[in-house]
Design a protein. Structure first.
Length: 332
């Protein structure tokens, strides 16, 4: 199997209908492979995986390496990292990309260590330089700087990619690709940890990365109590709440709502920005929003200049006014 210049993407399907990170990475890998002349290969471990194989082919994979076995039905970090390392050592792809989910954050460092190669975590962009090397772009120093990292000699080049960073390709029912079914190696390691039982509990929300409407708030909301109004507005509009770093650090909301280079990238259809000035660490993560409504007392704030609709006013008062107006409309 020819793998020179190939880009591998590890398939994370366990929360497929809410987490689209594998499809997003496949889309970017397709773009990068056009520069390197390689192919995009999805790597999948599990049992009864044909549905996901078809999805990966329809979203950009040229090839799928599949290990489908009852022994892989339950995820095991020891087993999965062993199998992925063995495949990479055998086929020697140029690049290996993994989603920066809990799954990816656990397995990627182990595999990188076993392969004795570098790993850039939580990338917000990927490019190919003049020499054909992968440029891994990630926030550093708490999001105050953006680092451009390369792996000069070690292979594969490895990176985890933040969910929501890239736009997935449109599903192509006519897409075809090669599916290579591989048996489990005979020297499988004995698991030191055995899962006795597990229970899947889906998230009650779809998360800000997948939300069509995101209500973001900054210190301009005034206080933690006033910030809570954004949750009421989000509930009425069937949206999700995001926040800036100062708000998260002040414990007005949890870190999972952080929008920015040190948090999550979003691409909603409608973004409301309440009391946010627009530091580069924040705005870099929402450049793909379709329509932005910004509310701020300062007409010269960066968010106001970015907005499709800019309202010069107190963010807390406008939020309360929108909630009242929607409730009155519902009653009518």
């Amino acid at each position: 199997m020819k793998t020179a210049n190939d880009i591998w993407v590890l398939g994370d399907y366990r929360n497929y209908f809410q987490s689209r990170v594998t499809l997003q990475i496949l889309a970017r890998a397709k773009h990068l492979a056009a520069r390197t002349g390689g192919q995009v290969c999805a790597v999948v471990f599990g049992h009864q995986m044909d549905e996901y194989v078809g999805e990966y082919l329809a979203h950009g994979a040229d090839r799928v390496l599949l290990m489908d076995d009852p022994a892989l039905k339950r995820y095991s970090i020891e087993t999965y990292s062993f199998l992925l390392t063995r495949l990479v050592e055998t086929h020697r792809p140029e690049t290996l990309l993994v989603g920066a989910t809990r799954f990816g954050q656990e397995i990627a460092p182990r595999v990188a260590k076993q392969l004795k190669t570098g790993l850039t975590a939580d990338c917000i962009d990927l490019e190919i330089d003049e020499s054909g090397r992968l440029v891994q772009i990630a926030p550093s120093f708490g999001g105050n700087l953006v680092a451009r990292i390369i792996t000069p000699t070690k292979r594969p080049q490895m990176a985890t990619v933040r969910p929501g960073t890239f736009q997935e390709l449109v599903h192509d029912n006519r897409a075809k690709g090669e599916v290579i079914r591989l048996p489990l190696p005979k020297d499988m390691p004995k698991e030191r940890i055995r899962c006795i039982s597990s229970e899947y509990r889906p998230s009650k929300t779809k998360g800000i990365e997948q939300a069509d409407i995101v209500i973001t708030g900054g210190r301009g909301m005034g206080s933690k109590g006033k910030f809570k109004k954004l949750f009421e507005l989000a509930a009425i509009m069937n949206g999700e709440v995001g926040a800036t770093r100062p708000v998260v650090f002040s414990n007005w909301i949890g870190h999972e709502a952080l929008v920015g280079q040190a948090g999550k990238s979003i691409r909603p259809k409608i973004l409301f920005s309440f009391g946010i000035s627009g530091a580069i660490q924040h705005t870099a993560a929402l450049m793909d929003a379709d329509f932005i409504v910004a509310i701020n007392k300062n007409p010269n704030a960066t968010m106001m200049k970015m907005a499709d609709v800019a309202i010069v006013a107190d963010a807390n008062q406008v939020c309360s006014g929108i909630i009242r107006a929607i409730k009155e409309k519902i009653r009518d």
